[in-house]
Design a protein around this ligand. Structure first.
Ligand code: FEO
Length: 187
């Protein structure tokens, strides 16, 4: 074997810890992976809270949102593994247990997603700065997803603001939320 092959061979198979993305990008994606799990946990807490308020449609909606965030985390996890990263998982922060009324819950969800959008935009900037186009492509999927998530939450919030405390209106919205079938964002 010529020595010219050794660095490539080493890069791909023989050097545990040698990854195809930079260390700072690896760290940033591991942090984002944790944020996705944290989002899942927050949505499960929101689902539990809505069940507690007996808004079972909203509880089901947030449970699907929890599953969706798990899919997001898995997407990043799979990418990191493909890139040769040893994924070391961190602690997931404890979510709140009380979110106020139904409108407050959805407002909290929207605020959360807006902060995720900002963080994902920063991550995309980071990838571009490093000319890491593979990671940039992965992140664009997330950036597009954020547009959909924020629009969906904004639509639900508008309806909740319209009905205010009207019991019949809240019941109708709860029924509508309960019709969501899959772990992709849709009201
Ligand atoms: Fe993982 Fe709600 O975006």
């Amino acid at each position: 074997m010529t020595s010219a092959w050794k660095p490539l061979e080493c890069l791909l198979t023989q050097c545990p810890g040698k990854t195809m993305i930079s260390k700072p990008m690896e760290q940033a994606l591991l942090t984002q992976l944790n944020r996705e799990f944290s989002s899942a946990y927050i949505y499960l807490a929101m689902s539990a809270y809505c069940s507690h308020l007996e808004f079972n449609g909203a509880a089901s909606w947030f449970k699907l949102q929890y599953e969706e965030e798990h899919l997001h985390a898995t997407r990043i996890y799979n990418y990191l593994v493909e890139q040769g990263v040893h994924v070391v998982l961190g602690e997931v922060a404890c979510p709140p247990s009380d979110f106020g009324n139904l409108l407050d819950v959805f407002n909290a969800a929207l605020t959360h997603e807006q902060s995720m959008t900002s963080l994902l935009n920063d991550l995309s900037d980071h990838a571009l700065k490093e000319k890491d186009h593979a990671t940039y492509n992965l992140l664009q999927w997330f950036v597009n997803e954020q547009v959909e998530e924020e629009a969906t939450l904004g639509g639900i919030i508008s309806k909740l603001k319209l009905v205010k405390d009207d019991g019949y209106g809240l019941l109708m919205i709860d029924n509508e939320l309960g019709a969501r079938q899959t772990a992709t964002t849709a009201a």
